[in-house]
Write a protein that binds this ligand. Sequence first.
Ligand code: C2R
Length: 178
Amino acid sequence: MTTPSTPQAPTPKVGVVMGSRSDFETMQGALDLLAQLNIPYEVRVLSAHRTPHLLTSYAARAERLNLSCIIAGAGGAAHLPGMLAAFTRVPVLGVPVQSRALSGQDSLLSIVQMPAGVPVATFAIGQAGAKNAALFAAALLATTDDAVRAALDEFRATQTQAVLDDPHFDGHPQAGAQ
Ligand SMILES: Nc1c(C(=O)O)ncn1[C@@H]1O[C@H](COP(=O)(O)O)[C@@H](O)[C@H]1O
């Protein structure tokens, strides 16, 4: 007798973590792009401050799953990306979430100013940073994954075409033709 098989979720290639549920709106841009580029990912709320034990176990999981990178968004005293980077050699892409009190300057500086020896790749404050972190993760994967490379090339071509097609402008001179 055969047992009905439930569809297996693909093994994630990228981990997306954030310090609080309140960061979700910022990080949604990263999730949307990973989905658009067909990159399997997983999402967790983790905090160096509020759930320190989960932080260490997630770092171990990232290595066990051989994730290509972890995108970590946090706001304010944003220790999450740096502490994750301290516990794993999986590359950490830090996204400074825009804080209410200091508009994300605090998040940016606490992510970017890592001491030598434990790097965190740091992106722009807010949604632009979240989207670029996903595109950077795709670029890392594209060095060995043809499908991701094709999806990323298509994304860029579409983005370029959208600029060229904008009806509010007269058009751009193409290379070799005016
Ligand atoms: N920066 C960190 C960390 C951490 O770095 O471990 N844990 C939570 N947070 C941040 O606290 C902010 C406010 O969180 P709440 O909205 O839950 O009070 C969030 O932006 C989160 O990333």
